[in-house]
Each structure stands twice: as structure tokens, then as C-alpha cells.
Design a protein around this ligand. Structure first.
Ligand SMILES: Nc1ncnc2c1ncn2[C@@H]1O[C@H](COP(=O)(O)OP(=O)(O)O)[C@@H](O)[C@H]1O
Ligand SMILES: [Mg+2]
Length: 167
């Protein structure tokens, strides 16, 4: 078994990506922050829909991209803060909406286009990079940044085994 700190997964359609997201949402703990990267249409919002489902958000299918509002909030077992930094070129606008406080408000935060706001994510977070590898195929690379997330990678690897690219 590989012991790399990076978990690689694959999905073959939006439903599988939502299930992968649900597994992430299910293991998420208060104050977890996830930074998502990937081109337009990669599947970031699709993954967040699944995370909402995993977090017990009542109508997770209604999760839509917060592109124009920067932030949407959904109530589940934990509050889901869904940020979209597509229109931002730096961390300042994210800071203006109070992301630092929200990251520590006891919910779970997910930031689409995290690469647009490098520097505003907390020192500890999970990074999910999505690559389009076919019309319905997507590759996911999940990394834990900082001690807390790194220590949870083995557990995460078990939970994400159904989508593992190694198997
Ligand atoms: N394996 C897959 N995972 C996620 N989305 C997929 C997949 N295959 C096809 N798609 C399609 O790709 C699009 C992803 O859209 P979306 O999640 O809004 O992307 P993003 O938020 O990254 O811009 C949707 O139209 C979805 O149906
Ligand atoms: Mg999106």
C-alpha cells in the first residue's frame, strides 16, 4: 500500500463525484477548510453538492455556485460555508467578507478557485485539485496541509478507497 501524503481518486460521472464529496463531508470536522482548484466545469461545485449531502444539508441538490455572491451558507450537522473566488484576483476581497472569522466559526468551509486567493486559507487545510481527463472522467488529488490535516490522511484514504485511482 502506498503511504504518500497525497490521495488520488477518479470518478466517471457527476454522481460519483457527489458520492466522493459526500464521503469528504461525512468526515469533515468543525473548522475544516477545503481549497478546491480546477478549471471551469471541472466539478468543484458538484463536489460541494456532495459535501453538503455528507454534512446533512436538507436539500443539498439546491447547492449552486456562489460566483456572484462570493459566499453561500447551508445548515447541516455543521454549517457549510461555500466560497467562490472565481471573480477575485487576490485574497483581499476574501478577507473583506470576513473569511478568517468564518473559517473558525465551527463550520466547514469550502473555497472554489482557492488558487485565486492564495494566502487567505489558514495554515491547516485540505487541498483538492480536480483535473478533467475525459468528457465524464475527473481525477482528484487530495492533500493535507499542516499537521492536523496530514494526520487525518490515513483515515481519509480508507474512506475514499471506493474512488481510489490505485485500485
Ligand atoms: N466525473 C464528473 N464529475 C463532476 N462533474 C462532471 C463529471 N463528468 C461530467 N461532469 C460535468 O461537468 C460539470 C461540472 O460542473 P461544476 O461542478 O459546476 O464545475 P466547476 O464548479 O468546477 O466549474 C457538470 O456539467 C457535470 O455534469
Ligand atoms: Mg463552480
Amino acid at each position: 500500500m502506498t503511504c504518500s501524503a497525497r490521495i488520488e481518486c477518479q470518478t466517471a460521472g457527476p454522481e460519483q463525484t457527489m458520492s466522493l464529496g459526500a464521503a469528504l463531508g461525512d468526515m469533515a470536522a468543525p473548522n475544516d477548510v477545503f481549497g478546491l482548484t480546477g478549471t471551469l466545469g471541472a466539478g468543484k461545485t458538484c463536489l460541494v453538492k456532495g459535501m453538503a449531502r455528507g454534512l446533512g444539508v436538507a436539500d443539498s441538490r439546491r447547492v449552486i455556485s456562489p460566483t456572484f455572491v462570493l459566499l453561500r451558507r447551508y445548515e447541516g450537522c455543521l454549517t457549510l460555508y461555500h466560497f467562490d473566488a472565481y471573480r477575485l484576483d487576490d485574497a483581499e476581497a476574501m478577507e473583506d467578507i470576513g473569511c478568517a472569522e468564518l473559517f473558525e466559526a465551527g463550520g466547514v468551509s469550502v473555497v472554489e478557485w482557492a488558487d485565486h486567493v492564495d494566502g487567505c486559507l489558514p495554515p491547516e487545510h485540505f487541498r483538492v485539485s480536480i483535473r478533467v481527463t475525459g468528457s465524464s472522467r475527473r481525477d482528484f488529488a487530495i492533500e493535507g496541509v499542516g499537521d492536523g490535516p496530514s494526520d487525518r490522511m490515513e483515515e481519509l484514504r480508507h474512506r475514499l478507497a471506493p474512488w481510489s485511482a490505485d485500485s
